[in-house]
Every structure is written in structure tokens, then in C-alpha cells.
Design a binder for this molecule. Structure first.
Ligand code: SF4
Length: 290
């Protein structure tokens, strides 16, 4: 049977809200990058992040539901959500009206959410919960994905969590939006040094193949300058040159409203041209999500 292609205009694709029914930590989305149902695990209901990306869609003006991470509740919510998905009840929710056929196959359990997952002090325990759930529901093909800004990939509990993920269909999707410290500071507005981000990506990619996810957009009308794109490609080549493995690059642009009105999306043609430039300069596979 062929795969149902995920369409970008579907409500379940457009709406990546981390709030679903009365769940606190778990939320379902149809993800183009996951090619189907991804069950998100929001480890940061407190909305804490060590980046402050100009395109971040997390509305920090709305007070968080909770400031704590309760692993028992996370586990119970995963059980409930997977039962909803497998029983067909999720397909009945209006949000999934166009994507009902995709809701019964759980492509991945993804650490993502309203902040940076590696900022929790017990990331390894969170991975353990996901591993147990995969076992409980006999989901050997379901991936465990970490979507990260890479700032915490060198922490001991994160490294332990990554090793556990490696043994259970884990995948790391690391953010890289810049090639220079200046552009990184402009886009990601973090106090973490750019060198640390690059070193973490390289070390992680040496231990297992990773995905690089990069958002390209306009700042005050200007797309990423050509020199910056070349520097960015140089960083990718550096990772590979140091023995890192990059499975693929996910190139995407702004999809939902951002708090900074001067941060605007690229057209599909511009994004495709950017991806072509990355392919030409790095030889890496690049998938475009316009
Ligand atoms: S890393 Fe993610 S959550 Fe953090 S500011 Fe950037 S887009 Fe928002």
C-alpha cells in the first residue's frame, strides 16, 4: 500500500499547538517531517529555552499550565494518547478530519514542545519513559526523536539519554540556522556560544547520524546573505570533515505567525533555491518543507 502524502494545508499540519484536550505534556500532530502522526512530548511546559529565536512561535505571554515535569503523568498521558490513536478515536477529532487515515500509525514519539528539551535535568529518565511505552505497545518501528537547539547535547544526562535512544530507533534533529556567530546571535539570540553549538552537533554526529534542521527566512525583507549561506555550508562540511554523519538537512521556513513582524517567510522557490545551494556546496541530501 502506498503512503498517503502529508499535505501542508491540512489543519492537523498547520496546527502544531502543544495544547490538546486536557493533556499537559503530550500532543498529537501530523508532521510532514515525520510523514505522519508524531506524538509530541512537551518537556518544557514552563516554556524555558536557552534560545530566543526571532521566529519562535511559542507565546510566552500566555502563562504556563504548569512549571513542573511529572514523569508519571507524562507516561500516563502517552498511554492514553496511543490508545486514542490506535482505537481510531483520534481520527474522529475535527483537527484530524483530513488526515484520519494517518492517525493510527505512530511514526514517532518526539521530544519537542514549548522550550528546549535538553534543559530538563533528567533527560535520560524522560527517554526511559518513551522506551518503556514503545515496549508496552510493541512499537518497534516508532522512532524516538529529539528536536533540539543543540545547546545541551554535551550534558551528562542528555548523553545517557541519547545512548538509550540509539538502542531504540532514536533520531536527533539538531538546529543550525547560521554560519557565523553574528548571524547566530541575530537569529537565535542566545547567550550560548556558537562554538559550543557547533562542537555539540559535531560530537553528536560522530556518535550517530543526525538530521540538521535549518530555518531560512527574511529579516527586514532580506534573505540570508550568500556569504552567510556559504559559511553555513562550511559548518556542515566541518562536521562531516570531523567524522560526523549528517543523514540529511531539513530546510524549512516560517509557517506560522511570529512575534517579530519583520521575520517573514521565504517563497517556495526561494527555499528551493537555498536548498539547491546547500546541496551544491555540501553534497548532502536536503529535504525542503516550504
Ligand atoms: S529553540 Fe525552539 S523553543 Fe527555543 S526559542 Fe528557538 S524556536 Fe523557540
Amino acid at each position: 500500500m502506498g503512503e498517503t502524502p502529508v499535505q501542508s494545508h491540512w489543519r492537523s499540519v498547520q496546527d502544531h499547538s502543544r495544547s490538546f484536550w486536557d493533556f499537559t505534556y503530550v500532543y498529537p500532530v501530523i508532521s510532514r517531517r515525520s510523514r505522519g502522526l508524531s506524538i509530541g512530548m512537551n518537556l518544557n511546559p514552563d516554556k524555558v529555552c536557552n534560545f530566543d529565536c526571532v521566529y519562535c512561535e511559542v507565546d510566552r505571554a500566555i502563562p504556563p499550565k504548569t512549571l513542573t515535569l511529572d514523569l508519571l503523568k507524562l507516561r500516563a498521558e502517552l498511554v492514553e494518547m496511543i490508545r486514542f490513536a490506535q482505537s481510531g478515536r483520534l481520527a474522529e477529532d475535527p483537527k484530524f478530519a483530513e488526515a484520519g487515515a494517518l492517525t493510527q500509525v505512530i511514526r514517532d514519539l518526539a521530544f519537542s514542545g514549548d522550550g528546549e528539551p535538553t534543559m530538563v535535568p533528567n533527560f535520560d529518565e524522560c527517554v526511559q519513559v518513551a522506551v518503556e511505552i514503545k515496549r508496552l505497545f510493541k512499537l518497534p518501528e516508532t522512532k524516538i526523536v529529539l528536536i533540539t537547539d543543540a545547546a545541551g547535547l554535551d550534558k551528562a544526562s542528555v548523553r545517557r539519554g541519547l545512548e538509550l535512544m540509539d538502542a531504540h530507533q532514536g533520531e536527533v534533529w539538531g538546529k543550525l540556522d547560521a554560519g557565523t556567530e553574528d548571524y547566530y546571535r541575530t537569529v537565535n539570540r542566545s547567550t550560548v556560544r556558537f562554538e559550543r553549538i557547533l562542537a555539540n552537533l559535531a560530537a553528536t554526529a560522530k556518535a550517530r547520524p543526525i538530521v540538521i534542521q535549518s530555518l531560512f527566512f527574511r529579516i527586514h525583507g532580506q534573505p540570508m546573505p550568500a556569504a552567510e549561506l556559504s559559511a553555513y555550508c562550511g559548518r556542515l562540511r566541518d562536521i562531516v570533515g570531523a567524522g560526523g554523519r549528517i543523514m540529511e538537512v531539513h530546510a524549512y521556513t516560517i509557517a506560522r505567525p511570529t512575534p517579530e513582524p519583520w521575520a517573514t517567510k521565504l517563497s517556495p522557490e526561494e527555499l528551493e533555491a537555498t536548498a539547491a545551494g546547500i546541496r551544491a556546496q555540501t553534497g548532502l541530501p536536503v529535504q525542503v518543507f516550504a
